[in-house]
Design a protein around this ligand. Structure first.
Ligand SMILES: NC(=O)C1=CN([C@@H]2O[C@H](COP(=O)(O)OP(=O)(O)OC[C@H]3O[C@@H](n4cnc5c(N)ncnc54)[C@H](OP(=O)(O)O)[C@@H]3O)[C@@H](O)[C@H]2O)C=CC1
Ligand SMILES: CC(=O)N[C@@H](CCC(=O)OP(=O)(O)O)C(=O)O
Length: 328
């Protein structure tokens, strides 16, 4: 099965390329980039040397030819590709934010006009597998909402407040350097940002609502000096107290069939490079503190996108996603 990666010179594009080397049926036949057109993929992604002889191309949308296309481009760029690739008969998984929210919410949160809106399934398979199955297009969730929502989902219906506090690695901001990601500004520090109004809050609220929750939701991210990973601490205030045993039974039941959710004390190292989301919790009266860990580039982006491709194409859901994490 032929795969095109649109935006293959970026971080998630590189991760798609890396992970798809382990897929039983997918072969990357096109890797697009505007700036790197004509250069070998392995010069931009040196870790892929020996795996591919492809060079980057910069084709017009109508010249992209594959069975599946991944859109690993910024929001507002993805909407220039999605509908047109679907019309050309391709299956499409979009890693950007362009189709995660209803049009009006998207336009308010992102401050842009959507020029090619259509409704799409939200590809968090652990919650929406049945909606994703058989579709031609899937919208991949944001990195923070993935770890946060999986942490809170089993308790969502009985929650009054859900407060997410996340620590993220620097690769979450993409391949282009900025003053915020400059080494001296990141090393040896922790930087809180967008204390009350991060754009991912809308996705988090949307997902709690879909779980039947009436909880008020809050979110504060922090940048920490690691390359990969998001550790989220969810403070969940319940309507009624629960014991540790009750909470554990709830989580074990909720995730009993989920290969990519592991119930164990989370650390970034234990999920690095993998599609796992590790979750653990401690209950005290009405308050349950739940911690989750994901790799933002894998379960938070490229890995989950491949999981969604596997679902829409009818492959085993963990095809291409079985390489163990690279602890430490
Ligand atoms: N990094 C992360 O942890 C996560 C990222 N995402 C989302 O995934 C998408 C990709 O992220 P990431 O890989 O980090 O981003 P990068 O900035 O690392 O890479 C973006 C890629 O898109 C290409 N690109 C940029 N602008 C355009 C454009 N207007 N038209 C076509 N191609 C363009 C770039 O190459 P060139 O400029 O040469 O064309 C590059 O290949 C984004 O929407 C991001 O928000 C989602 C979850 C997590
Ligand atoms: C460290 C860092 O800057 N992280 C980014 C993550 C957002 C992202 O990846 O964007 P989407 O998931 O919405 O596509 C941020 O906080 O904006």
């Amino acid at each position: 099965m032929d795969v095109a990666i649109v935006g293959a010179s970026g971080y998630t594009g590189g991760e798609l390329f890396r992970l798809l080397q382990g897929h039983s049926s997918a072969e990357v036949v096109a890797a697009t980039s505007r700036k790197e057109e004509g250069r070998p993929v392995a010069t931009v992604h040196p870790h892929l040397k020996g795996y591919t002889d492809l060079t980057f191309t910069n084709p017009a949308v109508e010249d992209i030819d594959a069975d599946v296309a991944f859109l690993a481009v910024p929001h507002t760029a993805a909407m220039n590709y999605a509908g047109r690739l679907l019309e050309q008969g391709m299956k499409v998984v979009d890693l950007s934010a362009d189709y995660r929210l209803p049009r009006g919410v998207y336009e308010t949160v992102y401050g842009v006009t959507h020029t090619d809106y259509f409704e799409a399934p939200y590809g968090l398979p652990e919650l929406h597998r049945e909606e994703v199955k058989g579709k031609q297009f899937v919208s991949n969730p944001g990195c923070f909402p993935t770890g946060a929502t999986l942490a809170a989902a089993p308790l969502a219906s009985g929650a009054r407040y859900v407060i997410y506090d996340s620590k993220t690695g620097v690769s979450g901001s993409g391949v282009n350097p900025s003053p915020t990601t400059h080494y001296p500004n990141v090393a040896d520090g922790v930087m809180p940002y967008k204390l009350t109004g991060h754009r991912h809050l809308a996705e988090m609220e949307q997902e709690l609502g879909r779980l039947g929750s009436k909880a008020r939701c809050f979110f504060t991210p922090h940048l920490v000096p690691v390359n990969r990973g998001i550790l989220t601490t969810a403070h969940i205030i319940l309507d009624e107290p629960m014991t540790q045993e009750e909470v554990e039974a709830r989580y074990r039941d909720f995730y009993k069939d989920e290969f990519f959710v592991r119930l164990q004390k989370p650390s970034l190292g234990a999920v690095r490079g993998s599609n796992f989301c590790d979750i653990w919790f401690e209950a005290r009266d009405e308050r349950v503190v739940v911690v989750s860990a994901i790799d933002n580039l894998v379960k938070g982006a490229a890995g989950q996108a491949i999981q969604n491709m596997n679902i829409i194409c009818g492959f085993a859901e963990n095809d291409g996603l079985m390489t163990p994490p690279c602890m430490p």
